[in-house]
Design a protein around this ligand. Structure first.
Ligand SMILES: [Zn+2]
Length: 153
């Protein structure tokens, strides 16, 4: 039995002879183990904050200054969120298994929201400064397509 990510897809391999209930239980177990491994490899909260500041400097002239950037398990319907009032950013722990450039896209997206709260043209002009924005959006859409429980942007 094994579970791994293949691009935007998550593959879980279980023996064929399992009953449906056993299969469901094992899939859940394997996914939990995968999430655990990814959590161990993922950047820590302080690392995330440094990463966000670096992205802000590199792509957004250092204008967005988040006060805190943290992982959150409480983001099942969104990849990330921000609170403009206190400049905090939360990222879904579901991003932990994804490539760094996808994580960076979500960070840039939330950083841009600290400057422009809506999804107006001005907002997207900021996001597009991140070179892989388009590709990352496609990647996240791919996840949403193959995983019915995936959050939408
Ligand atoms: Zn947004």
């Amino acid at each position: 039995m094994s579970a791994y990510r293949d691009g935007p897809k998550t593959i879980v391999l279980v023996p064929e002879q399992l009953s449906r209930a056993e299969e469901a239980r094992w899939v859940e177990t394997m996914l939990a183990r995968l999430a655990h491994r990814e959590a161990a490899r993922a950047p820590s909260d302080p690392d995330l904050e440094v990463r966000a500041r670096t992205l802000s400097d590199r792509h957004l002239d250092g204008r967005p200054q988040p006060s805190s950037v943290r992982w959150s398990t409480n983001q099942q319907h969104r990849w990330g969120s921000c609170t403009t009032l206190d400049a905090t950013i939360r990222l879904s722990t579901r991003l932990r298994g994804m490539p760094g450039w996808v994580l960076d896209y979500v960070l840039v997206h939330e950083l841009a929201h600290l400057l422009v709260p809506d999804h107006s043209a001005a907002f997207w002009a900021l996001v597009e400064r991140y070179p892989r924005a388009e590709r990352a959006r496609g990647y996240l859409l791919g996840v949403a397509d193959t995983d019915r429980s995936a959050p939408r942007e």
